[in-house]
Design a protein around this ligand. Structure first.
Ligand code: APR
Ligand code: MG
Ligand code: MG
Length: 195
């Protein structure tokens, strides 16, 4: 296990820590950009209230609910849909980069869940209408362009935005782990990205 990484069980045994859970939702798609560039997958992130890109989810208190129940509750608030996330969807847990010394350490749990394209569209519709957090904590859902053009358009430009915490590396890890991009494609995109 990479340094700084914890197993889900190890993380839950740490006392005096706060916990936050976030999820990357994605689907396959046959859609083509401009009728010729295959989009291959839809990957969802969100524009947060602080102007940073991140994944849906939030703070969970494991003494009151399981991590996954807490994440499912956060998704209902932020996305407006009941989308159960389970232990099988857990991918990684790690300490957040330390912030204020006065606050207890934050452990970040990351999940990835594959759903159908139709469910992605339902999430997008609900997140922009019935979700209680819409327009407050969450300014809008965004799809991640996973294709790259020579000009730097697509994934390279997307990666040059600002992300909350380690959301950018969570995204890169998940794109590779779930084979949504090849290592070569990712390497090229990172070389073209200004960050
Ligand atoms: N990587 C690292 N840290 C993250 C990530 C991420 N991918 N996503 C969120 N965080 C941090 C945030 O900075 C925040 O401190 O995890 C914490 C909880 O995540 P949120 O999704 O912001 O929590 P949520 O419960 O949805 O909202 C509570 O209200 O009072 C504000 O600032 C407070 O962000 C908090 C929000
Ligand atoms: Mg929230
Ligand atoms: Mg949140």
């Amino acid at each position: 296990m990479a340094s700084g990484q914890l197993s889900r069980e190890e993380a839950l045994m740490r006392s005096h820590c706060r916990h936050a859970c976030h999820v990357m939702l994605f689907s396959d798609t046959k859609a083509q950009l401009f009728g010729r560039t295959p989009m291959r997958h839809i990957v969802l992130m969100q524009m947060r209230f602080d102007g940073l890109l991140g994944f849906p989810g939030g703070l969970v208190n494991p003494s009151e609910e399981t991590l996954e129940a807490g994440l499912t509750r956060e998704l209902l608030e932020e996305l407006g849909v009941a989308l159960p996330v389970s232990v099988e969807d857990h991918v990684a847990s790690c300490f957040a980069p330390t912030s204020s010394p006065s606050s207890s350490r934050l452990i970040l749990h990351f999940y990835v869940k594959k759903i159908e394209e139709e469910q992605i569209k339902e999430v997008e519709r609900a997140a922009a209408s019935t979700a209680t957090d819409h327009g407050h904590e969450v300014l809008g859902m965004v799809r991640v362009p996973i294709y790259s053009f020579k000009s730097g358009a697509g994934l390279p430009s997307f990666l040059s935005h600002s992300f909350i915490g380690n959301a950018r590396s969570q995204l890169l890890d998940a794109l590779l782990r779930f084979k949504l991009v090849t290592p070569e494609e990712l390497h090229r995109a990172l070389t073209q990205s200004v960050k």
